[in-house]
Write a protein that binds this ligand. Structure first.
Ligand SMILES: Nc1ncnc2c1ncn2[C@@H]1O[C@H](COP(=O)(O)OP(=O)(O)OP(=O)(O)O)[C@@H](O)[C@H]1O
Ligand SMILES: [Mg+2]
Length: 333
């Protein structure tokens, strides 16, 4: 019998719905909230109100595009956390209500688990155990993924996430939020002529807060001599910052691969959409003889397709939950 799962993701500022039909992503709709760019970051109260407006049309579009009637669904899946409480509440409440009305099983999903499972949407898929560097707006971590449900985090950021490093740099440069994709584009036309210091962090952990401070001091110094320094050198500044962030990430990944001896390696999360990181990762994989895996662009930043793919793994094992589930903003892996 065919299996069709509707998945809902609303952990931050994107409302997304996806249908996975017999193992293939049949739709992946994302309603983004542009309004936050004027505030320089996501405003939680605004985000949850926008989710309320967007969720019904987004779910309709996902079902329509997949050509599935809601009566034909096999299960409903939803992000339980981590994320913003108000945002999660909209998705969880909607999913619970729909599951109750349609008498369908409900599946709860950890958003960070799903970022990694995005590697299983398309071919080729990694073999267990593999290493995954997950780099997003709120997380930067390296995990040994032992199977579909079990991963061990062997390195994590001790302060900011890589996505935050991009976004906070964007604030210093007066770029719109989220700055990651903007810096990515500008960096393509620049050279890495400014050298920012490398953080001295032992083991497999990361740190990005020192980088942010050194960029701030660097800019303050340069602006004293040339008030238009940022405007005149924007592409080179972006390229220099991106090069340093990518370098930090790749060096730790090489260390993790050496220490574990694992050769199947993936990257995931919003920052894995960065072209500098994708290129450096593929180049390193060639040199280190890794089997490299990267999700398609649309499965890197927040999306419900990754929730749907993870939900299929759980559906196959009948890992369902009851109507008593609640969102968990600080849910851990
Ligand atoms: N091309 C890009 N280059 C660099 N950074 C990018 C790019 N595209 C997106 N990002 C960054 O990715 C982050 C968003 O990723 P994602 O949507 O996975 O994070 P999140 O859901 O907010 O956080 P988390 O997944 O940790 O809860 C933002 O910080 C954004 O700037
Ligand atoms: Mg995310």
């Amino acid at each position: 019998m065919s299996v069709h799962i509707l998945a809902i993701e609303s952990s931050c500022d994107d409302t997304s719905a996806s249908v996975i039909s017999d193992g293939k992503i049949a739709s992946n709709m994302v309603a983004s909230q542009k309004i936050h760019s004027q505030y320089g970051g996501v405003v939680p109260e605004v985000a949850s109100r926008k989710h309320q407006i967007n969720i019904i049309p987004t779910v309709h579009q996902a079902l329509n595009q997949a050509g599935i009637n809601k009566e034909d669904l096999s299960a409903i899946a939803v992000t339980k956390g981590p994320g913003l409480m108000g945002s999660l509440l909209v998705g969880v409440t909607f999913a619970k209500t729909l599951a109750l009305a349609l008498r369908l099983p409900l599946i709860e999903i950890n958003h960070m688990h799903a970022h990694v499972m995005a590697l299983f949407i398309d071919e080729p898929k990694p073999n267990f155990p593999f290493l995954c560097l997950t780099v997003s707006g709120g997380h930067t971590q390296i995990a040994i993924v032992n199977d579909e449900f079990n991963m061990e985090i062997i390195g994590r950021t001790i302060d900011d996430a890589a996505g935050e490093a991009f976004d906070k740099t964007g604030k210093l440069l007066d770029l719109p939020y989220p700055a990651g994709p903007v810096i990515d584009k500008l960096a393509a036309a620049g050279t890495p002529k400014y050298k920012f210091p490398e953080p001295d962090i032992r083991g497999l952990d990361f740190s990005f807060s020192g980088l942010k401070t050194s960029i701030l001091y660097f800019l303050q110094k340069q602006i004293k001599n040339d008030p238009d320094f940022i405007k005149n050198n924007l592409e080179d500044i972006c390229c220099s910052v991106q090069t340093r962030i990518v370098d930090i990430l790749i060096k730790k990944l090489i260390k993790a691969a050496r220490e574990t001896g694992i050769k199947d390696i993936g990257i995931a999360g919003g920052v894995s959409a960065n072209s500098g990181l994708r290129n450096a990762f593929l180049e390193t994989a060639g040199i280190q003889h890794w089997n490299a895996f990267i999700p398609k662009f649309e499965y890197c930043t927040d999306n419900a397709a990754m929730i749907a793919r993870t939900a299929l793994f759980k559906y196959e094992k009948k890992m369902f939950v009851g109507q008593d589930i609640t969102p968990e903003p600080r849910l851990r892996l």
